[in-house]
Design a protein around this ligand. Structure first.
Ligand code: AMP
Length: 577
């Protein structure tokens, strides 16, 4: 293939920022709103080249951030968005689903620019699409068949197109779009920029590039073979999950795995915040760590993780860089990393000093290729496991209690501790059968350490067929709500036996505050009854109070209006942020 210079990048190198890429201010702002903390490797490599106007052949799978890699330079290069009636860019994609996804991405990045986007695809009436095109458009995202059809009808004009993108070119070829693509390309201006992205590079793609691209730069993410040698001793498992049941699936997996301390990776700040809230609602001690936190907030979060007050850290890659915590037992890729090397960096956080760690990856059906790229770098398979069932979780919990009892009996020192209970047990034996007493004691111990709640029973975690109708998707949205409700039932037990929130109260020991003062204020000034109030901890300068989630917000409101022991207080929900 007569390509120009190879441009490669990898996540192991010093990080480029979006500002380094020279993108305009309104795009940088949009990216910050998206919660993107830095460019992915394919973005860092492709954006500067595309901004020069060169043709590009990029090898990248879904999940690597390839959409932004071409969308950002296109938006950046629009000279007068919102003015010309004819599109300046045409993006061809294989499916309607991808057309919507790509146009949503353009829309999100281009919102401050006033760029106009239209997605056109088969299987929907052409009328609305034609009207939208007539109103004027900067970027059209289209499936090839519909694009050609609209060109024939004169609704889609391509004579002002400066950039054409062939996204997921291998898929388009698979689907038999080659002739449509060739015909579309031949009708666009000869001096256009042509960009081809494909997860794989079979010969037919190379031939297509040879025919239609001019001296293209080849961009791929170089695999750092050496990285594979750094893979620590880690038990790796993947689960195929749909986006809609992902949070519930994670809850189920955490219940099964029972990590002592886990780090869960998300791609964006928004993703981190959302998942932290969902996990907290499911009863986990989860905290968020991302680039939006101050150093002080970050130190507090890390402190709580080190002491064990927090069991799950939800983080972006950037925020977790340089993080070194011995207690970590599990790494969870809630979102797959954007490059295979980043996977190795992530899982390197466990399995230190000869201890075995666990790495879990949640893979959406569309991301299987990215998983395959990771496996290629690791030179090994990451086994895909079926989701643990509710019965599996129950039996794993029982097994844990059983092992704890076994350990207690096997250890001489612990046995001495048991003597303190001999009299109490012997008195029970006068009245009850030995086995019954053991069962009751086991139940108490089990429930105290593992909770009484069962894992969500009938959430359907099965991945869907690849293509779905709109009606089907609607159905999935309500499944999602059901999935969360059910997952809610599996909430860990806390002292209150119901989902709870912690309130932060801005006074503590230094102001002479005692738990009784807080209890008095809570029952006197809010609707809370004594039985609604869980653990109260009074610290030097602040206090924490556990209350039922349902009553928390109202209690915050009422308490903010009152004084405790003559001190005005500030009260808020304590989310560690
Ligand atoms: P794609 O490979 O284009 O399908 O993108 C995969 C996902 O990564 C999408 O959900 C994007 O919103 C997200 N994404 C793209 N670029 C970044 C970035 N620089 N940082 C974080 N997430 C990103």
């Amino acid at each position: 293939m007569p390509y120009g210079d190879a441009v490669t990048s990898s996540s192991g190198e010093p990080q480029t920022t979006f500002t380094d890429l020279g993108l305009r201010e309104d795009l940088l702002r949009a990216l910050a709103t998206q919660g993107y903390e830095e460019p992915t490797p394919i973005q860092a490599a492709a954006i500067p080249v595309l901004r020069t106007g060169a043709d590009v052949v990029g090898q990248a799978a879904t999940g690597t951030g390839k959409t932004a890699a071409f969308a950002l330079p296109i938006l950046d290069g629009l000279s007068a968005p919102g003015t010309d009636r004819r599109p300046a860019a045409l993006v061809l994609v294989p499916t309607r689903e991808l057309a919507l996804q790509v146009s949503q991405a353009f829309h999100a990045y281009g919102r401050d620019l006033g760029a106009r986007l239209v997605a056109v695809y088969g299987g929907a009436p052409a009328r609305h699409q034609i009207e939208a095109l007539r109103r004027g458009v900067d970027v059209v995202v289209a499936t090839p068949g519909r694009a050609l059809d609209l060109m024939d009808r004169g609704a889609l004009q391509v004579d002002a197109v400066r950039t054409v993108v062939l996204d997921e070119a291998d898929e388009m070829l698979e689907m038999g779009f080659i002739e449509d693509i060739e015909s579309i390309l031949s009708r666009t201006p000869k001096d256009r920029q042509t960009v081809l992205f494909s997860a794989t590079m079979p010969k037919r793609i190379a031939a297509l590039a040879d025919r239609h691209l001019r001296d293209p730069q080849r961009i791929s993410i170089a695999s750092q073979e050496s990285v594979a040698d750094e893979v620590p001793r880690v038990r790796q498992t993947s689960y195929v999950v749909t986006r809609s049941t992902k949070a519930a699936a994670l809850g189920r997996i955490l219940d099964a795995e029972d990590p002592k301390a886990a780090i869960v990776f998300c791609r964006t700040r928004g993703g981190v915040d959302e998942l932290t809230d969902q996990l907290t609602a499911q009863g986990y001690q989860a905290e968020a760590l991302h680039g939006g936190l101050t150093q002080e907030q970050r130190d507090r979060v890390m402190g709580r993780l080190r002491t064990g007050a927090t069991e799950i850290l939800v983080a972006t890659d950037v925020a977790a860089r340089g993080l070194d915590i011995d207690r970590l037992t599990h790494v969870v890729n809630y979102d797959l990393p954007v490059s295979p090397e980043a996977y190795v960096h992530r899982i390197g956080r466990v399995g230190r000093a000869g201890r075995e760690g666990v790495a879990i990856s949640l893979v959406e059906p569309r991301e299987r290729r990215l998983l395959a790229a990771i496996e290629k770098l690791l030179r090994g398979r990451i086994p895909t496991a079926p989701m643990p069932t509710a019965a599996d979780v129950r039996s794993m919990r029982l097994q844990r209690t059983r092992e704890a009892v076994e350990d207690l009996l096997a250890d001489d020192e612990s046995r001495e501790r048991l003597e303190a209970y001999r009299e109490a047990v012997e008195s029970l034996l006068e009245e009850f059968d030995l086995l019954d007493v053991s069962l009751a004691a086991f139940a108490l111990g089990h429930e105290a350490t593992q909770g009484t709640a069962d894992a969500s029973d009938d959430v359907d975690f099965a991945p869907p067929a690849e293509q779905r109708s709109r009606a089907d998707r609607k159905g999935r949205a309500s499944d999602q709500a059901a999935a969360f409700d059910k997952a809610g039932k599996g909430k860990k037990k806390n002292r209150l036996d119901v989902p709870s929130e912690r309130l932060f109260v801005s006074v503590g020991r230094s102001k002479g505050i005692t738990p009784a003062d807080l209890l008095g204020a809570l029952t006197g000034e809010t609707d809370l009854k004594g039985r609604d109030i869980g653990a109260i901890t009074v610290h030097e300068t602040y206090s924490l109070v556990e209350v039922p989630e349902k009553l928390a917000r109202k209690a915050v409101k009422s308490l903010n209006r009152c004084s405790i022991k003559g001190h005005r207080v500030k009260v808020r929900l304590d989310r560690g942020r």
